[in-house]
Design a protein around this ligand. Structure first.
Ligand SMILES: [Zn+2]
Length: 92
């Protein structure tokens, strides 16, 4: 499990983009930005999955990582431009 502080930093890093701009991170660079050690990479993946399930982030495999400007086949995550506020929107 990630600590609360680490989870907060993930959200901070993902949310740190100008409005109207999507900033994508591969997991490697997201972990680097949040300073999560490689030993906790699986925890980061689990947290990203949970965020995605709640609609707090988007993720897909393959694409362009804005954090370091490279293409990747691995998981990319980003914060949607209009974060879903509240719970139970029920559209899923
Ligand atoms: Zn990257």
């Amino acid at each position: 499990m990630l600590s609360r502080a680490q989870e907060a930093r993930v959200l901070e890093v993902l949310g740190d983009s100008p409005s109207g701009t999507l900033r994508t991170y591969c997991l490697e660079h997201l972990a680097a930005a949040v300073k999560i050690p490689p030993a906790h990479a699986a925890d980061l993946v689990a947290f990203v999955r949970a965020l995605r399930a709640r609609g707090d982030c988007e993720a897909r495999y393959g694409g362009f990582c804005d954090a370091d400007g490279h293409d990747t086949d691995d998981l990319l995550v980003w914060r949607p431009d209009s974060p879903v506020e509240g719970e139970g929107t029920g559209s899923a």
